[in-house]
Design a protein around this ligand. Structure first.
Ligand code: SF4
Length: 324
């Protein structure tokens, strides 16, 4: 299976400013050297606590943030590269569905205008063809075409998320980033939106990157999963493997806190102590060591690198040494 999107050593650092003159006194590294391929037609789930860098990664992919280092390839060609302008034409192939569609829709405009916005910006079609495209998209996501004339406040949360999906799909992308698309919705509505995304993925041959802190949701949709901690991937595995037999202590701790409906699951219970450390001053060695029950002296000293272990990539000294 060929890769549609490839992240190569992608890094994003934000300057930290202080004082009256807002001098740069340091940097926060939100994403630190991510390298991963997303296979065509598949779904990559990206999980981790708030602040682990997953949304920053998504924003770099759709061009909302530039890269500090590294590059992102689309269909084998450079899309975004640190220090160089992005390929805007290719960027149209990647669209995003946000967590809160209400804040991304203009409350003063009928939703048809918001859905067609991308076509207007990229000068695609004329008023008549754009109206038809909006109507087709609304039907595709399960809303009546007449909805184009209504305003965002007239819709429920689930309907607004359908509008968000229509807005992303009207550009006919090959790749869609779903950034916590169901987090703000009731559980029953979450299932409807997940099923809609799965149906559209099959019908439109889409490749998805699905970002969520909810592991049950990721288990439902993802083919492969990348677990991130403080800006770095700590475990990358096929979804089935990761949920039945996680290797990294952080993945185990995340899964411990999530009810998994699988009696065969061999997930070991690990209690996660403390908060995510500040990325301004991250811990030495393995950044997870202050919270890890398996940490030893080597962990405090040496940054673990991703190593392959039975088809799974993990960055952990304990896995490498056979201690877990
Ligand atoms: Fe824990 Fe050490 Fe593995 Fe980090 S490298 S997760 S501290 S055992």
């Amino acid at each position: 299976m060929s890769a549609l999107v490839q992240f190569r050593h992608v890094k994003k650092a934000f300057p930290v400013r202080k004082g009256m003159f807002q001098r740069v006194v340091g940097h926060v590294t939100a994403v630190n050297g991510v390298t991963i391929d997303v296979a065509r037609g598949k779904t990559l789930g990206v999980v981790g606590e708030s602040g682990c860098g997953k949304s920053t990664l998504a924003k770099m992919l759709v061009g909302l943030l530039d890269l500090t280092e590294g590059e992102i390839l689309f269909d084998g060609k450079p899309l975004h590269k640190a220090g160089t302008p992005s390929d805007n034409q290719a960027s149209r192939n990647i669209q995003i569905v946000f967590q809160d569609p209400f804040s991304s829709l203009d409350p003063r405009l009928p939703v048809g205008h918001s859905i067609a916005e991308g076509m207007v910006i990229h000068k695609i079609g004329n008023a008549t063809t754009r109206r038809q495209a909006v109507s087709d998209m609304l039907e595709l996501v399960g809303l009546p075409p007449i909805a184009a004339n209504r305003y965002p406040h007239e819709f429920s949360g689930g309907q607004r998320q359908r509008i968000g999906i229509a807005r992303a799909l009207i550009m006919k992308p090959a790749f869609v980033v779903c950034d916590e698309p169901t987090s703000a919705l009731d559980v029953s509505v979450q299932a409807q939106i997940l099923n809609l995304l799965r149906r559209l993925q099959g019908e439109l041959d889409l490749t998805l990157m699905f970002i969520s802190h909810n592991l049950s949701v990721v288990q439902h949709v993802a083919d492969d999963v990348m677990v991130m901690y403080l800006g770095v991937p700590v475990e990358i595995a096929p979804s089935e493997t990761l949920f039945s037999n996680p290797l990294h202590p952080y993945t185990k701790a995340l899964l411990s806190a999530t009810p998994i409906a699988d009696p065969e699951s061999r997930v070991e219970r690990i209690r996660l102590e403390g908060e995510l450390p500040s990325p301004i001053n991250p811990p030495s060695g393995c950044t997870f060591h202050p919270r890890c029950p398996l940490a030893n002296e080597r962990c405090k000293r040496e940054v673990p690198q991703l190593h392959e272990h039975e088809g799974v990539l993990t960055a952990c000294h304990a896995v490498e040494e056979g201690r877990c």
